[in-house]
Every structure is written in C-alpha cells, then in structure tokens.
Design a protein around this ligand. Sequence first.
Ligand SMILES: N[C@@H](CCC(=O)N[C@@H](CS)C(=O)NCC(=O)O)C(=O)O
Length: 215
Amino acid sequence: MLTIYSVPVAVYCAKLRIMLRHKSIAFQELPPPGGYGSDEYRSLVPSGNLPAMIHDGYMLSDSEAIAEYLEEAFPDVPMMPDTVQLRGKAREFSRSHDTRLEPSVRAIYPQVAYETRDPEAVKAGGALISKHLSSLALLLSANPLDTKTLWLCDCGFAVTFAWIKAFETALDLPITWPPIVAEYDKRLQSFPVVRDEVNAYRPAMDSYLQKAKPV
Ligand SMILES: N[C@@H](CCC(=O)N[C@@H](CS)C(=O)NCC(=O)O)C(=O)O
C-alpha cells in the first residue's frame, strides 16, 4: 500500500498526484496524523513537511525524493529520460521549479488577504516571478527533452502555473509570460492527467483565495 500524507491545498502534493496518476500507481491520501505541524506527525516524518510517502512501511519525504523513488520503484511508465545527460537536464528543470520559481510564487501568499495586502509587495512579487519565468524561457529555448512525453520535471510547473494565473486574477499580480513559457503551459495542459489534476485541485485553490476578496 502506498500512502501520501497531504492536505488539499499543498502544491507539492498536487505535483505528486500528477505523477502517481500518470504511472497508474494505486495510492491513498491521508491527512498528516495528529494534524499538520504536530509532534505525532514529526515523529513519523521528521521534516514535518508535506508531502510524505509511506510505501509498505518505508517513509520518504520531499516531493522530488519521492518522485525519483517512484520512478525507480514503478518504471513501467518512464518519466525520466534514458540517458545520463538528459536525466541531468530533467533534474535541472525540476530544481529550477522547486528552488526558484515555486518559492517566488509562495512569497505571494502573505499578500493574499485583502485587508493586509501591500500593493508594492504584490508588484515586487510579480516582478520576481516574471524574472524566474524569463529564466525558464531560456531553459526551454534549449530544451533537449522530447516534448510529447510528460516528464517528472513537468509536474511541479503545471501546478505552479495554475497558481500564478489564479494570483493574476485574484490579486492583479503583474506577470509577464514569455511566449515559450505560455506555450509550455499549454502543452502541459494537453496531457489529460495534468488537466484533470488542475481541475480537481481548483476548489482547494478557490477556497484559499476566498480571503483575497474585498469584504
Ligand atoms: N521542497 C519540498 C517543499 C514541500 C513544502 O514546502 N511543503 C509545504 C506544503 S506545500 C509544507 O509542508 N510547508 C510547511 C513546512 O515547510 O514546514 C518538497 O518538494 O516536498
């Protein structure tokens, strides 16, 4: 049995669900035992982070560590390329998402609440995200990975792009989308498993964004 500890709004859990469904891996999702941030959860998952996975008694946390584990444990539908150099490039994409683009999007969360929003911080946040999108455009312009395949490194981007678009609408977040990144987003949405996850995830996003509305 494969269990993922998650909460509905968690970005990195949505990233993993795309991969699990693409590989047709049976899994169950459970809330963190004892609640998020509890001592009970930390006794099981020392980082206290979500997502975490328990697979036949084996615990692993961090979405990328879990994703690479799943790739090796369930190789039938490959989501990593078959050469060492292409795998290096796939990891470069993944890291650029997990360590740069997504953290810049997460930095907007404190600006969601309408009453305490600082318009200057929203503007600066939009500029930083746009800067990371322009770096991603450069990576994509030299992308050696087959564009007809859904790769492990694509899963996080699909979810983060959904958040950026939601923030554009809910917060007037000023974003410049390089055309190649907008095309990449469109290509990711053409995979049914991505579209289905983003649609299923949307109610959790909408619920989080309720506080963005003027009271
Ligand atoms: N790089 C980590 C990030 C995970 C992460 O930040 N998870 C959030 C929920 S989406 C969380 O657990 N935040 C609380 C914390 O960091 O203590 C991963 O890929 O798993």
